[in-house]
Design a protein around this ligand. Structure first.
Ligand code: HEM
Ligand SMILES: *[C@@H]1O[C@H](CO)[C@@H](O)[C@H](O)[C@H]1NC(C)=O
Ligand SMILES: *[C@@H]1O[C@H](CO)[C@@H](O)[C@H](O)[C@H]1NC(C)=O
Length: 220
């Protein structure tokens, strides 16, 4: 039995030596895009985390579909990562992304089975040039999503995420890149890790959401 504790102890030490990722919630004011994000970093191994950031308009009429801006920051060794807007694999929009050279590919998916998620036209991501880049250590994208906050959950019930409170999110991480990385229609290799958290949208409220979105989209 001792070797198990030895291995765990060694693993813990590795975490300490290389620095545990800072995980959990925070508020992030992004100078580049101008949005204020409700941010959450979730670990996918002892040393690395992926950050998911949400910006929403404020005020939002209750139970009305609204756009959201999603910003994801992932270490470059991530093959693909995805956000499940309803906090589970099935019956909710899945925003899958990966790096392809100097570009970030974003793919909208939705599935009713624990298998390859088909593409989904009910949620559309428009990737901003600002807040999107690939460098030696990370890939990052910022995108406005239309259709991510209202969706048909299991049983056919329409669900709208709470724009001023917490929503259950899930993410998935795969170490393997999609087989056809230049295409957002590519099939995916199954995840190595997934987990859940409660994402507080209230700290990502943006009174200037519409004008910031227009600015980042490059509208005149
Ligand atoms: C090729 C693609 C995928 C395959 C083959 C796949 C397969 C599976 C399977 C078989 C399970 C069940 C595991 C178990 O019973 O313990 C599962 C669970 C899960 N998957 Fe996927 N998956 C894929 C893509 C995704 C994507 C894109 C997401 C987005 C975040 C995701 C999120 C999850 C989550 C959160 C769970 C936990 C159970 C649940 O919430 O339904 N998966 N997956
Ligand atoms: C793939 O990208 C194109 C062009 O940006 C977009 O119109 C389409 O909706 C995307 N498809 C998916 C599945 O995300
Ligand atoms: C690479 O991108 C990450 C994520 O956006 C950023 O935190 C980091 O500062 C960037 N590195 C360099 C050298 O610019």
């Amino acid at each position: 039995m001792c070797w198990i504790f030895g291995a765990l102890w060694a693993a813990a030490l590795v975490g300490v030596v290389f620095g545990d990722p800072v995980v959990g919630p925070s508020v992030f004011h992004d100078a580049e895009t101008g949005f204020t994000f409700s941010s959450y970093s979730v670990a996918y191994n002892l040393n690395s985390a992926i950050t998911f950031r949400i910006a929403v308009p404020s005020p939002v009429t209750s139970n009305t579909p609204y756009d959201a801006v999603l910003q994801v920051v992932a270490p470059i060794d991530v093959g693909w990562t995805a956000l499940a807007w309803g906090g589970q694999m099935l019956y909710n929009p899945l925003g899958v992304s990966w790096a392809n050279g100097n570009n970030v590919v974003v793919s909208s998916r939705y599935t009713t089975e624990h298998s390859q998620p088909p593409t989904y036209s009910g949620a559309k991501y428009i990737v901003f040039k600002t807040g999107t880049h690939v460098n030696r250590t990370h890939f990052q994208y910022t995108a406005k999503c239309t259709g991510c906050t209202t969706f048909t959950s299991s049983g056919g019930t329409p669900t709208t995420l709470n724009p001023t409170g917490t929503n259950r999110f899930a993410f998935a991480y795969a170490s393997t890149k999609p087989s056809n990385p230049s295409s957002n229609l590519s099939s995916l290799v199954v995840h190595d890790v997934y987990s859940y958290w409660s994402h507080d949208f209230s700290t990502g409220a943006n009174a200037a959401f519409a004008s910031l979105a227009a600015k980042n989209l490059g509208s005149p």
